[in-house]
Write a protein that binds this ligand. Sequence first.
Ligand SMILES: [Mg+2]
Length: 416
Amino acid sequence: MTGGTGAQTTTLNGNRVAPEAALSPSGRWVGAALPRKEDRRMLTGRGRFTGDFTRPGMLHAAFARSPFAAATVGAIDAAAALELPGVAAVFTAADLGRPFLRAVLERDEFVPTPMPMLAGDEVRFAGEPVAVVLADDPYLAEDAAELLDIDWTPRPAITGIEAATADGARQVHQELTGNCMVDLTMFESASLPGIFAAAPVIIGGTFTSARVAALPLEGRACVAEWDDRDDQLVAHVSTQVPHAVGIAMAMKLSGDHDKVCFGFMGDGGTSEPDFHVAMNFAGVTRAPCVLICQNNQWAISTPGHVQTAAASLADKGASYGLEALRADGNDVLAVYHAVKYAADKARRGDGGTFVELLTYRVSAHSSSDDPSRYRDEAITEADTLLLTVPNQLGVAYNAHVLEAILTTVAPALGWR
Ligand SMILES: [Mg+2]
């Protein structure tokens, strides 16, 4: 680090820095009060959300969705919607060439099945989108989607495994036989017969789980724009870390070198399933991402020691094979050093990093929060150290089956 009064530029670890940002009147950093740039938006409730973005020519999308669990879809008449001033376009699956994703699993038993982005002639679940409306504002897009005249022919829905696998059941996906996407026998082992033979109690049963779907706690939004100068699609997404890692994975797959994607979260975010998904894929794909956690030791009203039994949030990086750093979040140079190291590493193609920045929340979470209701202000900073929580990542089915087994086994063993 070099500096000097009156210099036009200075450098910090070799990077050029604007002089007004770099120099205090004394020419020193340490101990100097530096102007804060972030206060205005934080103090005035003007954080930037995807809904705040505006771009020239920007359009908003709304989807027309099926009110039926099963139906055939006839003509879609968009005339009334297109007459509304400000409605730019209406697209159906046919208009877009019937785009789909194909569900795959690396097992021979799994039957790859197309998942239409917009349903074509048939809808297979309530809420399946059949058309997208683009309009000047989001409310207009929603109103126009309701004006689409869609020729629905409802048909009986198939609910439950028995109905789906019954002889003569209608095939929901033509690629499947007997409506079965995958039929697996797991944990088959030559030692099992011996284990059962020696077991003091043997019980059997069929355990059926309800359908489980991933539902975000927070809404997701995306602003996408084509940048014809750099010939690339720029997507602004909510700061959900799986998206950041996904973007980094895409950068790597497309050979987009020398770029790095940042994802930001608080300590409470590390208690959510998303965090673990992101960490896992950041580790295993070595995608060029830097995941930064501002750990202020409170997830709104939940203190760190109730959030996790881990010694530190950075410890969680090791679980996922992801390099993790912990820095003093109140030390600007320590933060700079850690983040620069991580960004440089990502740009070199050496993978992602999780950076925990340890700090303290000295006041309320937000203007609507009264910390005196849950927080003992006598607790010192030292006492409030440390943090986060186990997650629900993909365990819903397993937890259900384990619970069912335990409630079945317990009476057989005489437990209460
Ligand atoms: Mg927090």
